[in-house]
Design a protein around this ligand. Structure first.
Ligand code: SKM
Length: 488
């Protein structure tokens, strides 16, 4: 179920927001601690319970558990007791206050525990302590400092004996909010709109429905995700989820912001992911943690796709053919080909590897430029091409210039890997960045009358091939393209 919290500061706004929220939510939560006057908070509960169209949770969170209630503890508990007397569907009582509350009538009691700093190691102890008080629903909400904290929350949900709400807060906790239905969670919280979150990391109800198809996620849902850091720019969740729905597949695809790739690759096996996309900066560093590598990907030395084949994680590279197909297609428009062209590649990471190997095979004359020259040298030795220091790029004579770094990518859209004087009329300039579609590099290149190729077709091609590897089904390429175009 989806619960929308109402965080308005007075009775009138609470009632009107409750009405709007009830259109999208299964349950609404009144955060009466956001209402400064105690009398107004009480009126709010009375009015809301009279006019509600969906079940209501009454919460009066103290500051010590991340709430805003500014009266005494006695006043706080009196309000909760009043909500029980009035027959609120659910009343949220903090674990350390449950002994002061008298149960009566039909209200179900949620016994809650919050930790705004971390996801502690003793989750099952907290769980069993709460259970001693016979809750109708257990609620344990913690802060994620690492993506693997979510995995411990999922394990808690899977072993729960009582209906349980358990989520991680913060940007690293998104997946616990999106996937709770797969692991048997009682509900997730989502905000009515941006800016109305009652806790860090809450997604909007619109995102949960439109991007993640939250209501379709159940214990049979197969999991996929994108491994990277940063990850908020990525359109992969939007296109893969749309493609899965289009093909009637019970799959869910989530963003995974990963700092420590080794830890994640070990822990992720506990929850049975079926596949991953991999982006900057993990395309090379992930290799040692795979069980098997496709020979072409092995030769390239970087992967962007992982497929779970009967419990074994196998790496593939779909960037290489995605980029070459995209470039060839764009060059046709200007009656050009790639053969024997002089190509300069900026960057020496995973995407540079894929593109360099692909272009070498079709006979391009390649030079790699990178800020850390040792990496440029290493890649040039592997590909058997030239390399140069970043400064040398200013003496550049090239037919095609390719940016494979994330410079200029959302949110740093004013940045560019090279200044305008590198760009010469007639040059082909390809930016592998697709968000934004027109990067500053491409804008500058247009101004200098270069032919420009944006990163969209490479992105779509590589994603389409990932979809095929995961599902063995033809990808809905047009739909995937439209999803990205609508969002960018
Ligand atoms: O190789 C791709 C990756 O599969 C997905 C991606 C993204 O979502 O931004 C970008 C590229 O690194």
């Amino acid at each position: 179920m989806i619960c929308i919290p109402i965080t308005a500061g007075n009775v009138e706004d609470t009632i009107s927001e409750m009405e709007s929220a009830s259109r999208y939510a299964d349950i609404v939560e009144l955060r009466i601690d956001y209402i400064p006057e105690i009398q107004n908070a009480e009126t709010c509960v009375e009015e809301a319970l009279k006019s509600k169209t969906k079940p209501v949770i009454i919460t009066n969170r103290p500051v010590r558990e991340g709430g805003k209630f500014n009266g005494s503890e006695q006043e706080r508990l009196q309000l909760l007791q009043k909500a029980i007397e009035l027959g609120a569907d659910y009343v949220d009582v903090e674990h350390d206050s449950i002994r002061q509350i008298t149960r009566q009538g039909s209200s179900k009691i949620i016994i809650s525990h919050h930790n705004f700093e971390e996801t502690p190691c003793n989750l099952s102890k907290i769980y069993s302590d709460i259970c001693q008080h016979k809750p109708d629903i257990v609620k344990i909400v913690t802060y994620a400092n690492d993506i693997t904290d979510n995995i411990r929350i999922f394990e808690l949900l899977q072993s729960a004996k009582v209906p349980t709400i358990s989520l991680c807060m913060g940007e690293l906790g998104y997946i616990s909010r999106i996937l709770t239905g797969k692991f048997g969670g009682f509900l997730t919280f989502a905000s009515l709109e941006r800016g109305k979150e009652s806790a860090p990391g809450q997604l909007t109800v619109n995102e949960l429905h439109k991007v993640y198809h939250f209501k379709d996620i159940n214990n049979e849902t197969k999991l996929y995700g994108i491994i990277g850091n940063p990850i908020s720019h990525s359109m992969s969740p939007a296109i893969h989820n749309a493609a899965f729905i289009e093909k009637g597949l019970n799959n869910a695809y989530v963003p995974l912001k990963i700092e420590n790739i080794g830890t994640f690759m070990k822990e992720c096996r506990k929850i049975d992911f079926q596949g991953f996309s991999v982006t900057i900066p993990h395309k090379e560093s992930v290799l040692p943690f795979l069980d098997d590598i496709d020979p072409t990907a092995g030769k390239i030395g970087a992967i962007n796709t992982i497929v779970n084949r009967n419990g074994k994680l196998k790496g593939y590279n779909t960037d290489c053919m995605g980029a070459i197909m995209g470039l060839e297609c764009s060059l046709k428009v200007v009656n050009g080909t790639l053969n024997n062209k002089k190509v300069s590649i900026i960057g020496a990471g995973g995407a540079a590897r894929a593109i360099a190997f692909g272009l070498k095979e079709i006979g391009c004359d390649i030079t790699i430029f990178n800020r850390t020259i040792e990496r440029a040298e290493k890649l040039s030795l592997d590909v058997k091409c030239r390399f140069g220091s970043f400064e040398e790029i200013y003496k550049l004579e090239t037919d095609i210039l390719i940016n494979t770094t994330s410079i200029g990518m959302f949110p740093d859209v004013d940045q560019t890997p090279v200044t305008k004087d590198v760009l010469k009329e007639g040059m082909i300039v390809f930016d592998a960045v697709y968000n934004p579609i027109e990067t500053r590099l491409l804008r500058d290149a247009k101004e200098k009358e270069c032919h420009t190729v944006n990163g969209l077709s490479m992105f779509i091609n590589q994603a389409a091939e990932q979809f095929r590897l995961w599902t063995d089904i033809d990808p809905p390429v047009e739909l995937m393209t439209n999803v990205v175009k609508e969002r960018l």
